[in-house]
Design a protein around this ligand. Structure first.
Ligand SMILES: [Zn+2]
Ligand SMILES: [Zn+2]
Length: 348
């Protein structure tokens, strides 16, 4: 009899919860939203270079990776290097405020490095009530890209100022100011010096890598490139080399599957991409030549749906470079504190 009473009570409780699912859901949502709003994942680290990997993928669709996106914080500087699709939205989800974004630098004009710039611009504008255009710096063609974005967002910028008012979304903050630059120093502020160098991503030219130096710590970002001595030269003695990587042996599997499925054009694209990227083994050779402290692979192609595939992706890279080699993932945070050789890691 007692067992029946217990079962009846359980059923009544379940029906009650089901009946109240709307107010319960709203209360739960409000509580979590309040906790998450106003978070600042940029706060609380010691002085140094902080890298937040907001996109470690490529144009090959990958549910785990946004397209190319890297946020750099060094002292008062906050820079975005490349703005591929999905990257800026991931930052917002992790509680990384973009109101203080000083500039965006792009490595080259491939779509997977630029098509997520709109959300970054909007979050910087609404996050800071910016009255000035956001600098967009990169190789020849960047000023035209900025003008194109401004044209595309012209109506939207007007709508938002009209709706929220000049105090919140002022005129002037909803656009880019583009600047074409050549190789050389492209940023020098508050101890952070960013130097662009040319890489080989033909037929995409010009294409840049970037070297970041801040109070004795150095990070080099390859951009998209074939294995190139210019990267080794720029990375000489750097604490960290962030290098793109594509594993041809794994891409070959995709090519074979597309051929079997009769998708010959897409199969050809997967063959074409082999000639303007770098394999993990080649990236390891460059890391060894440059004697860097650590190699981090990003712009990961093809998609790796399981950690079990990391060994197949890396091949024999570990025999070519004796330092640590890691594969970046979206949400990875690396922090290089000033006055130390450490590279601390964290995940958002
Ligand atoms: Zn790319
Ligand atoms: Zn590219």
């Amino acid at each position: 009899m007692r067992r029946w009473g217990f079962l009846v009570a359980l059923v009544v409780l379940a029906v009650g919860l089901w009946w109240s699912r709307a107010p319960l859901g709203a209360a739960f949502y409000a509580r979590v939203a309040e906790q998450r709003a106003g978070r600042n994942a940029l706060a609380g680290r010691s002085d140094g270079i902080t890298l937040i990997f907001c996109g470690t993928g490529t144009p090959l669709p990958d549910p785990d990776r946004a397209e190319s996106c890297l946020l750099v914080q060094a002292g008062d500087n906050l820079l975005l290097i490349d703005g591929g699709d999905g990257g800026a939205r991931k930052l917002a989800g992790w509680g990384v405020p973009l109101g203080g974004l000083d500039a965006v630098m792009i490595t080259h004009l491939h779509s997977d490095h630029i098509e997520g710039l709109g959300p970054a611009l909007l979050m910087r504008w609404t996050g800071s009530a910016a009255r000035t255009a956001l600098p967009l710096i990169g190789p020849a063609g960047t000023a035209r890209l900025a003008a194109g974005y401004n044209e595309m967002l012209h109506a939207d910028a007007g709508y938002r100022t009209a709706h929220h008012g000049e105090a919140i979304t002022p005129t002037g903050g909803g656009q880019f100011s583009g600047r074409d630059v050549g190789p050389g120093e492209v940023w020098n502020a508050g101890g952070l010096v960013v130097t662009a160098f040319s890489v080989d991503h033909a037929p995409i030219a010009p294409a840049f890598g970037y070297r970041l130096a801040y109070k004795g710590r150095t990070v080099v970002i390859s951009g998209d490139t074939t294995a190139n001595p210019a990267v080794a030269a720029a990375a000489k003695g750097a604490d960290l080399l962030v290098h793109e990587a594509l594993q041809p042996r794994l891409v070959a599997g995709i090519t074979a599957g597309l051929e079997r499925a009769g998708q010959k054009r897409t199969a050809q694209i997967t063959r074409d991409i082999l000639n303007y990227h770098t394999s993990p083994e080649q990236a390891a050779d460059i890391a060894a030549q440059a004697k860097v402290g650590m190699l981090l692979l990003t712009h990961i192609a093809p998609p790796l749906p399981s950690r079990l595939l990391h060994a197949a992706f890396l091949g024999d890279a570990a025999t070519r470079f004796s330092g640590p080699i890691r594969i970046a993932h979206d949400g990875l945070v690396l922090h290089l504190p000033v006055g130390s050789k450490a590279v601390d890691d964290d995940s958002l």
